[in-house]
Design a protein around this ligand. Structure first.
Ligand SMILES: C[S@@+](CC[C@H](N)C(=O)[O-])C[C@H]1O[C@@H](n2cnc3c(N)ncnc32)[C@H](O)[C@@H]1O
Length: 369
């Protein structure tokens, strides 16, 4: 099967590396997706283990279409009956970018009709009741008239790990938190500190990495209901998860936040994830003694001034944070913000600046090594 791991722009290389680590054959990397080859086990493993990807999709076809007739015919030529039985549901979702066929509802409707026609013929029935309880979410994406048609195997987006029941304002997606940690090069023998921890996402993702815990082990996936997926391979993949987990890790992860309610939520989320040993404490970063921090990695997502605080307040906060960080010894800092001028307020140019997206907002990951 040809499979696609979709991801946020800027995270493609991390997803590529994760797929390679799983021993999978990567065909190519494009904006927002990595295409790879694999069997049932590859699909299951990718869903369970990828920390930075949003979804795993089965690629059913790729073609160019400029008219609805062409779209109908191209979709009709694809082997839908291989996956979808006569009573299975198959909702269609469409996204169109810079294409002659730009009406997404019209694309949805034509694709649906075309698949219905094919399934009626192949399953020799007029009636497709869609009431078997099994669902195949079809996703159609067109970019400059080039269409990719897939079936989604993940269900909920992969950032939904199953541990975060509650969040405070402006939480970061788990996939982005995992990406920041991987980009920082942090290893569990080093202390990790998030002085603006909010709901605790960065600390919890770091704990998952430290324990070699599969991020998807606490949730369900669309593919689990599909009858043609080899059940033995599912069992095998879950056994691998149990075997890979490293229980005896001494975590050196701390999170601080000025908001006591955020801390409560962070602690609950960490408990849900099975990590009671992350050190979450209520504190304004200004009240922390930063000279105690030596050989640590700071990874954080302070307020941007767009959603939480007003800009002047945030810029003052960045200045104060710059002074505090200057008190640390041999520490590195990885900070994501939408404020392009962060280094100016922080008081030092960054060693590296990388563009990333946080919930659709263009952000900058400033690295101080
Ligand atoms: C963008 S949110 C962090 C979200 C977090 N990464 C998550 O995934 O939930 C910024 C956090 O900084 C906290 N904060 C604001 N001012 C602070 C201060 N002076 N000291 C510590 N935390 C502060 C806010 O309470 C908020 O939870």
């Amino acid at each position: 099967m040809e499979l696609i791991a979709t991801c946020a722009f800027g995270l493609e290389k991390l997803v590529y590396d994760e797929l390679k680590k799983l021993g999978l054959w990567v065909i190519k990397t494009e904006d927002g997706r990595v295409i790879f080859e694999g069997d049932d086990l590859a699909l299951i493993r990718a869903n369970l283990w990828l920390r930075c990807a949003d979804r795993i999709q089965i690629k059913i076809g790729e073609f160019k279409a400029l008219t609805f007739d062409e779209l109908f015919d191209q979709v009709n030529a694809l082997p839908w009956e291989k996956y979808i039985s006569k009573n299975d549901a198959f909702p269609v979702d469409a996204v169109s970018v810079k294409s002659a066929l730009h009406s997404e509802p019209a694309i949805q409707s034509i694709v649906k009709k075309s698949i219905v026609k094919r399934l009626q013929l192949k399953h020799t029935t007029e009636i497709l009741s869609e009431n078997s309880g099994i669902e195949y979410q079809i996703m159609v994406k067109s970019n400059k008239d080039q269409f990719i048609v897939t079936i989604d195997s993940s269900g909920d987006s992969l950032h939904k790990r199953g541990y975060r029941m509650k969040t405070k304002e402006a939480p970061m997606k788990e996939t982005l938190a995992a990406a920041l940690i991987q980009l920082s090069g942090w290893t569990p023998d080093r202390a990790l500190i998030d002085p603006f921890c909010g709901s605790g996402t960065i600390g919890i993702e770091a704990a998952l990495i430290a324990h070699n815990a599969a991020p998807g082990s606490r949730r369900t996936f669309a593919f689990q209901k599909w009858p043609w997926i080899d059940q033995e391979q599912i069992k095998k993949a879950y056994q691998e998860i149990r075997d890979s987990f490293k229980p005896d890790i001494k975590l050196k992860i701390s999170g601080f936040d000025i908001d006591p309610e955020a801390l409560e939520i962070a602690q609950k989320n960490a408990n849900n994830a099975g990590f009671k040993n992350i050190n979450f404490k209520h504190s304004d970063f200004n009240d922390l003694d930063f000279s105690q921090f030596e050989n640590c990695t700071f990874i954080c997502n302070p307020p941007y001034g767009e959603r939480l605080e007003d800009l002047a307040h945030v810029e003052k906060m960045y200045r104060e944070f710059g002074k505090k960080i200057a008190e640390t010894k041999n520490c590195s800092l990885f900070l994501i913000t939408a404020n392009e001028n962060f280094p100016h307020f922080f008081g030092r140019p960054a060693n590296k600046n990388r563009k990333l997206f946080n919930g659709g907002i263009r952000c900058y990951l400033f690295s101080y090594l």
